[in-house]
Write a protein that binds this ligand. Structure first.
Ligand SMILES: [Fe+2]
Length: 416
């Protein structure tokens, strides 16, 4: 019989392979040429994602922990470091699309070599707490990049007049309708917020602390395409009174009149499966914070704070339209949609919790240094893995970001 340590090391090894395999499954329908293109600074080429997540294991797990490990290629350290200044210099983010070399085949070889070394490490030290912690962080990091890989290739393909599909065999979305928008009373008073200590979390979810919630109501579902179409048809994009000042400037400067990927007639949208008809009762996505905020104002409501959101989501099963559902797009739902479909903009600035301490060393650059000028989003999306979300999970984007699956839930002051 295996000892408990050996058994858990084996489980970690299997989980490692499963996450790495999932990443490769996402590129099964892509050609090598597709994996090189970068359409804007926020978008990284597929090939870069594949290499960067591999570099993360090499730099932060193998180098410190696997004896006699030597780097696959010294130059990769410069090319595939994303933003860890304390780990060394790096290639400029907006120029990632210039890297026609190393070729995709070289990057896949890099992945295989690092996989083999990780298995060697886990076989020898898979019971070491620090190795377990770093490997688990690396896997959650790779899951974040799986989502980015898909949203980035979606942007790349949306810029191609051929409008190709990145995923060829998506599940057929469920049919149905949703009830009119309604609210439920949220909890008020002092509520415990942040990671509970059960299972993995990022440092930005800690420490668990008290948050004061005022009386409020929170929406029972996400805002739909049909509701957002009414907002557009009401002329909302030309009513300054609905918009934050920064939002009004952005929509005018950039000529925004509708969500990213919608056609001018408001009938079709670009998806990971190509151009499709907009489903009225499915959640709206690819809207900025400014559009979410303006929609809420138009609807006589507001966006929830991240603490209101977390308090409500903590009562929900962690289930929904996630990557594992196979739709890769928000769908008409019968549940509260707290998890999956689209990340939900909150009205909370992405800021440190009271007593927050970033991880030690270079990994302290993972989250903490981005706590300025961005908004917290919650709940994951249709391209987030089911074993990668939890009520305390916080992601964050600049308020003008639209290329992620970003959607809207409403809230209101007072209780009914
Ligand atoms: Fe990363």
């Amino acid at each position: 019989m295996l000892s408990a340590e050996t058994a858990s090391a084996e489980i970690l090894s299997q989980r490692f392979q499963s996450v790495r395999d999932t990443t490769l499954s996402l590129i099964a329908d892509l050609q090598a040429e597709d994996t090189v293109v970068q359409t804007m600074p926020d978008v990284s080429p597929t090939k870069w994602h594949l290499a960067h997540v591999t570099w993360f294991f090499e730099r932060f797990v193998l180098e410190p922990w696997l004896q006699n490990y030597s780097r696959f290629d010294d130059q990769y350290h410069y090319l595939f470091n994303s933003y860890y200044n304390s780990a060394g210099d790096m290639h400029a983010r907006p120029k990632r699309g210039l890297l026609s070399r190393p070729a995709l085949a070289d990057v896949l070889e890099y992945r295989a070599a690092v996989d083999a070394a990780m298995h060697e490490l886990l076989a020898a030290h898979g019971d070491n707490d620090e190795v377990v912690k770093l490997t688990t962080l690396g896997l959650n990091h790779e899951q974040q990049h799986q989502e980015l890989l898909l949203t980035d290739i979606k942007h790349v393909f949306s810029c191609n007049p051929l409008k190709p599909a990145a995923l060829l065999s998506l599940a057929s979305p469920p049919q149905g309708t949703v009830p009119g928008y309604s609210f439920t009373n949220g909890k008020s008073g002092i509520q415990r917020t942040g990671a509970t200590g059960a299972g993995f979390c990022f440092d930005n979810e800690t420490p668990r602390h008290d948050a004061l919630l005022h009386e409020h109501q929170i929406g029972k579902r996400l805002v739909t395409n049909g509701e957002f179409r009414e907002f557009i048809n009401d002329g909302a994009y030309s009513k300054a009174e609905l918009w934050l000042s920064d939002g009004w400037s952005v929509i005018n400067e950039r000529g925004w009149q509708r969500p990213l990927y919608w056609d001018e007639a408001l009938e079709t949208e670009f998806t990971l499966g190509g151009v499709r008809e907009i489903v009225a009762d499915a959640p709206v996505c690819h809207v900025s914070y400014y559009e979410a905020d303006a929609f809420a104002r138009w609807a006589g409501a507001r966006l929830p704070t991240e603490f209101e959101w977390e308090s409500a989501a903590s009562n929900q099963a962690i289930a929904g339209n996630l990557l594992d559902s196979g739709y890769a797009h928000p769908v008409t739902g019968t549940t509260s949609q707290f998890f999956g479909d689209a990340w939900e903009w909150t009205s909370s600035a992405y800021a440190p919790y009271p007593g927050f301490k970033p991880l030690a060393g270079s990994l302290g650059e993972y989250n903490g240094k981005f706590m300025c000028n961005q908004m917290s989003v919650r709940g994951g999306s249709c391209v987030t893995s089911a074993d990668h979300v939890r009520p305390s999970y916080r992601s964050f984007f600049y308020p003008d970001a639209r290329w992620q699956f970003l959607g809207i839930r409403l809230a209101k002051d007072g209780i009914k």
